[in-house]
Design a protein around this ligand. Structure first.
Ligand SMILES: NC(=O)c1ccc[n+]([C@@H]2O[C@H](COP(=O)([O-])OP(=O)(O)OC[C@H]3O[C@@H](n4cnc5c(N)ncnc54)[C@H](O)[C@@H]3O)[C@@H](O)[C@H]2O)c1
Length: 400
C-alpha cells in the first residue's frame, strides 16, 4: 500500500484552541499529519503546551523561524482574533498551507489583504469554518443544490448562544476593543452558512442590537470569588472551564453584570443579497439552548435546519402547491468529535485538499464575506443606518 503523505504542521498561538489543533493535527490523531512546532509569544502558554506535548517538538516564541523552516508544510493560526493577520500573511508569503481560525480578521481592508495573499500563494488556504463540513449543513447545501425548494429568496437564522455568559462576559478584556463584535467573533459561523445557503454575496445590512441582559449594574472590580450571590447562574470557579470543542481552559471570574462591559449580547440584522434575496438574522447570548437554526424559503418550498453540538440534527422540507401538506425529514448522522463532527471533518478536508492540490476557491469568498458582513452589521448597529458591504473585487483592487 502507498505510504500516506505526511504534512508537517506548526501551531501559532497556544491557547485552548491552538492546543486542541496540536492534539488533532499530529500523527497520534491522524497518520497524515505530524506536529513539529508550537509558537506563542507568552512563555507560560508554551510551558503549558510542553507539559502536554513533551520534548519531541520545537517550542518557539519567534514565529519567523517557523515560516523559514523548510521542514514545516502547514501552519495552523490559532492566535486571538486581533492577531490573525500577521501570522496568516507570513505563512502565505512563505508558501505554507495555512488554516486560519475564524474570524478571518477584524477589518475589511485586512480581509482584502489576506485574500489577495491567498490568491498568490502556492499553499492551500482554509478558514476554521468547521460547521461547513458538518453533515447537517452539507446535507442542507446538497438538498438546495438539488433544487428541492428552488433558489432561496427569503432566509432567517437564529444563533442561540446559551454559553455566551461564560464564554464572553467574565473577562474585562473581552470588550469591543478586543473582539470588535460578537457578530464577528461568534456569529460569523452562522453568517457564513447563511451566505452559503443563499448562494449570493451580501450587499447591504441594517442592524439593531444591545447589551440588554448582561452588564449594566455591578462594580467592574467584583469577582465571583468575592461575591455572595450563591444563586448566580454564571458563578464560576477559576480551576477550568469546559469549552464546546473538547478542551478545558481557564477563564477569569469578573462579574458578568459589570458596568464596564460594552459588547452587545443580542443583535438583529436585515441583510440584502446581490441576487435580490433577503435574510434576517438573530444572535442572542442569553437563550436557554445552545444551537443554530435556519429557515430558507424558495418558490417550491421551505427548509428548516437545526444544529447543536451533540448532533441532534434535523432538516425538514415542506413543499408548496401540493393538495395535501407534504413534508420530508432528514436526520444526518453525527460523525464524531467536537462541533457536531465538524472539527475532524475540517481536518480531513484540509488534508485532502493539500494532497490533491485542490485549492478551495470558494473559501476565499466565504472568509471575506462572513467577515465583511459581521463588521458592516456592527457598524450599522453603531450608526443606526444601513451599511453597504464592499464587494471583494473592490477591496482586492484597493489592496493592490
Ligand atoms: N472554529 C471554532 O469553532 C473556534 C472555537 C474556539 C476558538 N476559535 C478561535 O481560535 C482562536 C484562538 O482562540 P483561543 O480561545 O485559544 O484564544 P486565546 O486568546 O486563549 O489564545 C491565543 C494565543 O495566541 C497567542 N498569540 C497572540 N499573537 C501571537 C503571535 N503573533 N504569535 C504567536 N502567538 C500569539 C497569545 O499569546 C495566546 O496564548 C480565536 O481566534 C478564536 O476565535 C475558533
Amino acid at each position: 500500500m502507498a505510504e500516506k503523505k505526511v504534512i508537517r504542521t506548526a501551531v501559532i498561538g497556544a491557547g485552548g484552541r491552538g492546543k486542541y489543533f496540536g492534539r488533532l493535527y499530529r500523527k497520534e490523531a491522524h497518520p497524515g499529519f505530524d506536529l513539529r512546532a508550537i509558537c506563542d509569544l507568552d512563555p507560560d502558554r508554551l510551558k503549558e503546551a510542553r507539559e502536554f506535548f513533551g520534548d519531541g517538538i520545537a517550542y518557539r516564541t519567534d514565529s519567523a523561524k517557523i515560516y523559514a523552516d523548510p521542514e514545516i508544510d502547514a501552519v495552523l493560526v490559532a492566535t486571538d482574533d486581533r492577531n490573525h493577520v500577521e501570522p496568516t500573511l507570513a505563512g502565505l508569503a512563505a508558501g505554507k498551507h495555512v488554516l486560519v481560525e475564524k474570524p478571518l480578521c477584524q477589518t475589511t481592508a485586512d480581509a482584502g489583504r489576506i485574500i489577495a495573499a491567498a490568491r498568490k500563494s502556492p499553499g492551500i488556504f482554509m478558514i476554521g469554518f468547521e460547521l461547513r463540513e458538518c453533515t447537517v449543513f452539507q446535507s442542507m447545501k446538497r438538498l438546495l443544490k438539488e433544487g428541492r425548494i428552488g433558489p432561496v429568496l427569503v432566509a432567517h437564522s437564529f444563533d442561540n448562544v446559551s454559553v455566551g455568559g461564560h464564554y464572553f462576559f467574565h473577562s474585562p478584556h473581552r470588550q469591543k476593543a478586543y473582539y470588535r463584535s460578537l457578530l464577528l467573533q461568534k456569529a460569523c459561523h452562522s453568517l457564513d452558512l447563511l451566505n452559503w445557503f443563499v448562494d449570493s454575496e451580501p450587499v447591504k445590512v441594517y442592524g439593531i442590537g444591545g447589551l440588554d441582559f448582561y452588564g449594566r449594574t455591578a462594580d467592574p472590580k467584583l469577582r465571583c470569588r468575592d461575591c455572595d450571590r450563591a444563586d448566580c447562574p454564571y458563578r464560576i470557579s477559576l480551576e477550568s472551564f469546559q469549552m464546546d470543542y473538547d478542551a478545558r481552559v481557564r477563564i477569569t471570574d469578573f462579574c458578568v453584570w459589570s458596568k464596564e462591559l460594552n459588547l452587545n449580547d443580542n443583535s438583529e440584522l436585515c441583510i440584502s443579497y446581490a441576487s435580490g434575496a433577503k435574510a434576517t438574522f438573530h444572535e442572542c447570548h442569553f437563550t436557554p439552548e445552545y444551537s443554530r437554526e435556519f429557515w430558507l424559503v424558495g418558490p417550491k418550498g421551505k427548509m428548516y435546519g437545526y444544529y447543536d453540538n451533540p448532533g441532534r440534527f434535523l432538516i425538514r422540507i415542506e413543499y408548496s402547491h401540493d393538495r395535501e401538506r407534504r413534508t420530508e425529514e432528514f436526520k444526518p448522522p453525527h460523525t464524531g468529535g467536537s462541533h457536531g463532527g465538524g472539527d475532524l471533518r475540517l481536518r480531513d478536508e484540509f488534508y485532502r485538499r493539500i494532497v490533491e492540490n485542490d485549492p478551495p476557491t470558494e473559501v476565499q469568498d466565504s472568509a471575506y464575506y462572513s467577515t465583511a458582513l459581521a463588521i458592516c452589521a456592527e457598524e450599522s448597529i453603531e450608526s443606526g443606518r444601513p451599511v453597504e458591504i464592499p464587494g471583494l473585487k473592490s477591496v482586492l483592487a484597493a489592496s493592490d
